[in-house]
Design a protein around this ligand. Structure first.
Ligand code: DLL
Length: 433
């Protein structure tokens, strides 16, 4: 089903006119509403009147995570806080999280994007949608929740953390749609298989995202649960889930271009690349009020396909992600920067900040092991002493990155100390096709 055909199937010339008009308006909005943006534009000698349409997009400076950090917590907003009704956030490189602020209209736009995405997967007001993304600061739970409610579906705000209870709710309440990360859904499938209860579910489809996954993983989910699985993409800074989703044809994720203007750049030079090239996805918010970002560098590497899709939609399609242009890892759906691990270790007396992370996927569940060097003066044969140190490191990491890591203490200087760039991460998962 197409939720908003007049927009989703718009002819591209009309779409470009709409995007140009919206770009002019949003540039004016941030210029007069946000001092930081005004300064950034003035530094490159730009006035809002220099932007006539999308052909002028590349004149505008990029927005990066560093800008969010420099203005933390509220300095990227373009309206007074009294007009904002929601804050969400996700992790940043060290210390400061990325914050997103929303007005009531922004929540509506966000919900519209998710509603379009869910409708694309065939969700209607007849459906019972179990949301098992995290609720709270993470955008997954509330984003999927509001989108499903907008469609009029019955929402079960399950959240994460209790697979046994989830399975009972899934079966007893006859949920027809499940929203969660793809790796968690495979874990649920395994549990259902172990309990011999796959035949008892009423699911018809799943809407999975928040982490990279391969086509092979989609096929596995579909086969094991006998459902259709759809890919949903988004990021906190731009709003959350529902920036783009794939349709029945699975030939890329349609991005809602009337709200989010995409371009692809060379991550090294920042140069805008011609249509169809692979590079870093950059998104400009065209309609947001609270904290619209201009030319935000997502760090996600992909390619855009502009040809009209067999489903009838004209909106460009994001092709399978090929990786990131920074070192962010997504472990159990949680964004983790290696630098956060280093910063956390600096808070523990007895270990050095040298570490080595090994990420793997065992039985469809992500695992993280962190090897940490014990300082010379703390190294001993006393196992109880070392166990206490290990627990301290574990707790510190849990509070820094929100994950339970397996800690492996190694002897002083037991890890590689490179003269050049030390490699701190081994990711054994096969995340990208
Ligand atoms: O992960 C928002 C979201 C929630 C999307 C639920 C989909 C479902 P962040 O925590 O800010 O937001 O992480 C954003 O996650 O830049 C990508 O690198 C990655 N990501 C999100 N969805 C996908 C996907 C949410 N479908 C970062 N495929 C993004 C691959 C994805 N990567």
């Amino acid at each position: 089903m197409i939720w908003n055909p007049s927009k989703e199937c718009m002819d591209r010339d009309t779409l470009h006119e709409l995007q140009s008009a919206r770009l002019r308006k949003i540039v004016e909005h941030v210029y007069y509403g946000n001092e930081y943006y005004r300064n950034k534009m003035q530094e490159v000698g730009l006035e809002p009147t220099d932007i006539n349409g999308i052909e002028d997009l590349s004149k505008l400076p990029f927005t990066t995570y560093e800008d969010l950090r420099a203005t933390y917590p509220f300095g990227m907003r373009s309206v007074p806080l009294s007009q904002c009704v929601r804050l969400q956030s996700s992790s940043g490189t060290t210390g400061k999280p990325k914050i997103a602020l929303y007005t009531r209209k922004d929540i509506d736009i966000w919900s519209e994007g998710v509603a379009r995405s869910m409708a694309m997967a065939g969700v209607t007001n007849e459906d019972i949608v179990l949301v098992s993304y995290g609720y709270g600061l993470f955008t997954g739970g509330l984003g999927a929740h509001y989108g499903a409610e907008k469609l009029g579906a019955l929402v079960i705000p399950m959240g994460t953390g209790n697979t046994k209870k989830l399975i009972d709710m899934l079966i007893d309440c006859k949920a027809t749609v499940i929203c969660c990360t793809p790796s968690y859904l495979l874990h649920i499938a395994e549990e259902l298989e172990a309990q011999g209860r796959v035949g008892e579910i009423s699911l018809k489809c799943s809407i999975n995202g928040a982490e990279p996954w391969s086509d092979e993983m989609r096929q596995q989910i579909e086969k094991r649960l006998n459902i259709k699985a759809y890919d949903i993409y988004g990021l906190t800074e731009i709003s959350g889930p529902g920036v783009a989703t794939d349709c029945d044809f699975h030939k890329g994720l349609h991005i809602w271009e009337d709200h989010f203007l995409p371009e692809v750049i060379n991550p090294e030079t920042g140069e805008q690349l011609p249509e169809g090239s692979e590079g870093e996805l950059v998104i400009t918010c065209l309609t947001k009020e609270g904290q619209p970002l201009i030319r935000y560098r997502t760090r996600d590497i992909t390619r855009l396909e502009y040809e009209k899709c067999e489903c009838g939609r004209t909106m460009a399609r994001i092709q399978r992600f090929k990786g990131r242009s920074d070192d962010m890892l997504i472990i159990k759906g949680v964004n983790v920067f290696p630098s956060q691990v280093e910063a956390a270790l600096l808070n523990v007396d007895g270990v050095t900040p040298n570490y080595f992370m090994t990420v793997d996927r065992v039985d469809n569940s992500d695992t993280l092991e962190v090897a940490v060097e014990v300082e010379d003066r703390f190294f001993s044969d006393d196992m109880a002493e070392l166990e206490r140190l290990s627990q301290k490191v574990k707790a510190q990491l849990k509070s820094a990155i929100g994950l339970n890591a397996k800690i492996r203490l190694v002897e002083p200087n037991g890890l590689e100390h490179s003269q050049g760039k030390t490699v701190h991460v081994l990711d054994k998962r096969k995340l990208y096709d």
